[in-house]
Structures are given as C-alpha cells and as structure tokens.
Design a protein around this ligand. Structure first.
Ligand code: SF4
Length: 60
C-alpha cells in the first residue's frame, strides 16, 4: 500500500497539501500535516506535486 511521508524538517506549513486534499492532510498545531490513511493515490499525487518545498514523498 502506498504511504505518504512528511519531512517535518522541510515542511514550512504552507498548507497547500491540506487545500489540495483535505480528506488526507490535516495540519496539526505545529503546522505540519498529519496523514489520514488510506490515501487516494490520484488526489495525493496532486498534493505531492503542489507542495512548494518537496516535503511530501510517496513510498510503497
Ligand atoms: S504543502 Fe508541503 S510545505 Fe506545505 S504544509 Fe504541506 S507538506 Fe508542508
């Protein structure tokens, strides 16, 4: 199953992922997205591409 990994050191909390896929990403109190599984791959791929810092990675 594909998972989404968030690099907390790279994420700047812009929230683009949450805007693109609010059913998958939810920013926590620190502004870092928590990932709700399972993920819809098509939706998540859009969010991964839209992340301005490259903090999101898809892993099998
Ligand atoms: S879009 Fe990228 S930088 Fe912005 S909150 Fe999501 S993971 Fe972090």
């Amino acid at each position: 199953m594909t998972r989404v990994v968030v690099d907390r050191e790279v994420c700047m909390g812009a929230g683009v992922c949450e805007m693109e896929a609010p059913e998958v990403f939810e920013l926590d109190a620190d502004g870092v997205p928590q990932v709700h599984e399972p993920v819809d791959l098509a939706v998540v791929e859009t969010a991964v591409r839209a992340c301005p810092t490259g903090a999101l990675q898809l892993m099998d």
